[in-house]
Design a protein around this ligand. Structure first.
Ligand code: DAH
Length: 336
């Protein structure tokens, strides 16, 4: 009998009990009337007196050990249940391997920063709540320019929610003197009807390069480089002349996405070309607003629509999808 008691003691001590079901199984197996310990006591009764002496002690140890384990586990499980952990198996392993992911807009922003860093651009930013001077006045918008209209701009008393990141150009040029070689990413706001293509807020990355002797050729070269790096070697681009109050001459740049899929036709309104940015040579009036001598310095600026190129890059068809925080979308960007 003694040979059975010793391994049983070890067994009892090593049983894992992590919930009330397992506790009950333990009780039934070892401590109930028909359990192993009771059976051993039955056998014990019938032993000759000389054997009883040797076996009584280990048998009692087995019994009290099993009872001790039962009672302390019972107490532990009850106190857990008071703290709201009932039904939760706290002994299960923890899955630490569930990393978060960057938002696709953040991935694109980081990529743009990386590309322009490699060309020697520094990073800066400015406030989203702006005054009229930084958002419009200093950028050579005339008093009656339609962009100041209620339809486009969210007003907050005397202030506006910036309608573009071009305001950061002014803040930088007021603070420092040339040369400037900066990119300025951020969120901008427009009072527009929300649809799959346009939202009341979106994201831009502003670029500014001001120094002696900067030309339109420098601008084109920089933007070509950006397109090849971001969209891939061989991506076709075209410049269309355009108008912005703060640049002269002004242009918009399109990239060729083609008309082969229905989605690309929709995206490009059948032309195959998608506008990705506005740009131009900084208007002399803008330099003057910031006390920079336009006879000495010239510069270029550009503003890239980040939401649009992110949608294009990742095949996202609805701009509103960026802001639903749907894990099914976000999880696709794990590891990027
Ligand atoms: N601010 C313009 C917009 O919101 C984009 C833009 C165009 C920025 C030309 C520039 C620029 O810096 O030179 O549509």
């Amino acid at each position: 009998m003694i040979e059975r008691i010793e391994p049983l003691l070890k067994e009892v001590e090593s049983v894992l009990i992590s919930n009330s079901d397992e506790l009950e199984i333990f009780r039934l197996k070892y401590l109930s009337k028909k359990g192993i310990v009771s059976q051993l006591f039955e056998e014990f009764k019938n032993l000759p007196a000389d054997q009883k002496r040797d076996i009584g002690k280990p048998l009692n140890v087995l019994k009290s050990t099993a009872e001790g384990i039962f009672n302390s586990k019972k107490e532990e499980l009850e106190s857990n249940s008071h703290s709201g952990l009932q039904g939760i198996d706290t002994s299960l392993p923890v899955y630490l391997n569930q990393p978060g992911s960057f938002h696709p807009l953040k991935i694109v922003e980081n990529r743009l920063i990386e590309i322009f860093y490699s060309l020697g651009f520094d990073l800066s930013d400015g406030p989203e709540i702006e005054d009229d001077w930084h958002n419009f006045g200093a950028l050579n918008f005339s008093e009656d320019h339609p962009a100041r209209d209620m339809q486009d701009t969210f007003f907050i008393g005397e202030h506006v929610l910036r309608t573009h990141t071009s305001s950061v150009q002014i803040r930088e040029m007021e603070k420092n003197s040339p040369p400037f070689r900066l990119i300025m990413p951020g969120r901008v706001y427009r009072n527009e009807a929300v649809s799959s293509r346009s939202n009341c807020f979106f994201h831009q990355i502003e670029g500014l390069y001001v120094d002696e002797g900067v030309t339109f050729a420098d601008l084109k070269q920089t933007l070509y480089y950006f397109v090849q790096q971001f969209f891939g070697q061989g991506t076709e681009v075209r410049f269309r002349s355009s108008y912005f109050p703060f640049t002269e001459p002004s242009a918009e740049m399109d990239i060729w996405v083609g008309t082969d899929t229905e989605e690309n036709q929709r995206l490009t309104k059948g032309t195959g070309w998608l506008e990705v940015l506005g740009c131009g040579m900084v208007h002399p009036n803008v330099l003057k607003s910031c006390n920079i001598d336009p006879n000495k310095f010239t510069g270029y600026a550009f503003g890239i629509g980040m939401d649009r190129i992110t949608m294009l890059k990742y095949g996202i068809n609805d701009i509103r999808d960026f802001f639903h925080n749907d894990l099914r979308l976000l999880k696709q960007f794990q590891g990027e």
